[in-house]
Design a protein around this ligand. Structure first.
Ligand SMILES: *Cc1c(COP(=O)(O)O)cnc(C)c1O
Length: 348
C-alpha cells in the first residue's frame, strides 16, 4: 500500500498558508493572531496546518469539538493554546478535564457543568447579536461568569464580510462587555473582521477562511494567496459526435464533433453539481470547461482545444476560491470544507 497514489490530489502551498497568516497577523496590529483549524483545517488537514503555523509563530488555535482537539493535542508546543469552540457536554467532561485544551463555555448550563466538575481555566463566548452560541449580551454576563478563570472572552461577528450596521453594533456591545467582564484577553475578529481594521482586533484574532486562501472582503484581495490546488487525473479521452449528449440527464448536447476528457473527480469529492457546465480545468495553459453534469466520481471536460491531454495526465482544477464560488454558487467555506477524503494531500 505504501506506494499507492490516488487519482486525485490536493497540492497545498505551505508558503501561501504562512504568508496568509503573516498578512493577517500584521493586519491584527498589536493583537495576537490565532488560527481556526476546525473541520480538519477547513479540509486541508488540521495537523499539518498547526505544525506549519506554530513554526511561523502562531500560538492560539481553535477547533469545534473534543474529537478535533484530541487529534491535534499531541502536537501542541509549550505555550501554545487550543480552544474548543463548542464548549463542553457532559459526555466530553472526562476528556476535557485531562486535556490541555480549554473549552469555550457558551451557556449558563455549560458554565455550571464546568464549575461542577472543578474545571480550571476556560474561555467564554458572549453572543452580541448573531444568536448562535454564547451568553446573551443582554443578560448579566458579570454574574454568569463569576468565579470563572476566564482566559479569553470571545464574541463572533455575524456579517463582517458585508457592509451592514450590525457589525459596528456588535463591536459596541463587545466593548461594553469588555469594560465590565474580567478576562485575561478579549477576541472578536474572524478573517473578515481583521479586514475591518485594528479596532476589531482587541487582544487576539481568529482567522480561518483567509488562512486557506479565502477572500472575505475586498481589502484581502491581492494579499491573500491561494493555498489549495486540486488536481485530477484523466481516466479516459473520448470523441463525442455532433448531436450526442454528455453525462447524466443529457444536459450537454454537442453542437459539433468534439473531444472530452473524463476526470477522476466528482461530487463525492466535494466537486459539487454547481460546477456542472460552469467549472473549468487547465492543462498546458489551455482552459477546458466542464461539459454536462458532475457525476459522483467523474466529470467530463471539453478537451477539443487540447489535442494532447490523454489518459493518465493530470489537470489543474480551477479552484481560486472567489471565482470558484461565483461559478458554482457555493460559498468559499463550502468549497474548502467539502473537499472529500479521496484526495492525496501533498504539501509543497
Ligand atoms: C469558524 C470561526 C472563526 C473563523 O472564521 P473565518 O470566517 O473562517 O475566518 C472564528 N471564530 C469562531 C467562533 C468561529 O466559529
Amino acid at each position: 500500500m505504501t506506494d499507492f497514489t490516488a487519482p486525485l490530489r490536493l497540492r497545498l502551498d505551505g508558503d501561501a498558508l504562512v504568508s496568509n497568516w503573516s498578512w493577517l497577523n500584521a493586519r491584527s496590529g498589536k493583537a495576537a493572531c490565532g488560527a481556526a483549524i476546525k473541520a480538519d483545517g477547513y479540509g486541508t488537514g488540521a495537523a499539518e496546518v498547526m505544525r506549519r503555523l506554530m513554526k511561523a509563530g502562531c500560538r492560539d488555535f481553535f477547533v469545534s469539538n473534543w474529537g478535533e482537539a484530541i487529534a491535534v493535542e499531541p502536537l501542541l508546543e509549550q505555550g501554545v493554546s487550543l480552544a474548543v469552540l463548542h464548549g463542553v457536554r457532559a459526555e466530553d467532561m472526562a476528556a476535557a478535564l485531562q486535556s490541555r485544551a480549554r473549552p469555550v463555555l457558551n451557556s449558563p448550563a455549560q458554565i455550571a457543568r464546568w464549575k461542577g466538575a472543578g474545571g480550571g481555566a476556560c474561555d467564554v463566548m458572549v453572543d452580541t447579536g448573531m444568536n448562535r452560541l454564547g451568553l446573551d449580551w443582554r443578560q448579566d454576563v458579570v454574574a454568569e461568569t463569576e468565579e470563572l478563570e476566564v482566559v479569553t472572552l470571545l464574541s463572533h461577528l455575524a456579517s463582517a464580510d458585508e457592509d451592514t450596521p450590525l457589525t459596528a453594533t456588535q463591536l459596541n456591545r463587545f466593548q461594553d462587555i469588555k469594560n465590565i467582564v474580567p478576562a485575561a484577553r478579549y477576541s472578536l475578529a474572524n478573517s473578515a473582521g481583521i479586514c475591518l481594521g485594528e479596532s476589531y482586533a482587541f487582544d487576539l484574532t481568529r482567522p480561518g477562511l483567509a488562512l486557506y486562501g479565502g477572500v472575505p472582503r475586498a481589502q484581502a484581495a491581492g494579499a491573500i494567496r491561494q493555498v489549495v490546488f486540486p488536481q485530477a487525473q484523466v481516466l479516459q479521452r473520448r470523441r463525442v459526435l455532433a448531436g450526442d449528449t454528455i453525462g447524466y440527464n443529457a444536459t450537454h448536447i454537442a453542437e459539433r464533433d468534439m473531444e472530452v476528457a473524463v476526470l477522476n473527480l466528482g461530487y463525492a469529492d466535494g466537486y459539487l453539481r454547481g460546477f456542472s457546465g460552469r467549472g473549468s480545468v487547465a492543462f498546458e495553459g489551455e482552459s477546458l470547461p466542464v461539459a454536462g453534469r458532475v457525476s459522483m466520481d467523474l466529470v467530463a471536460v471539453d478537451a477539443s482545444r487540447s489535442p494532447h491531454v490523454a489518459e493518465g495526465d493530470w489537470v489543474d482544477i480551477d479552484y481560486a476560491l472567489p471565482s470558484a464560488a461565483a461559478a458554482s454558487g457555493l460559498s468559499q467555506y463550502e468549497l474548502l470544507t467539502g473537499l472529500g477524503a479521496r484526495f492525496d494531500r501533498v504539501w509543497y
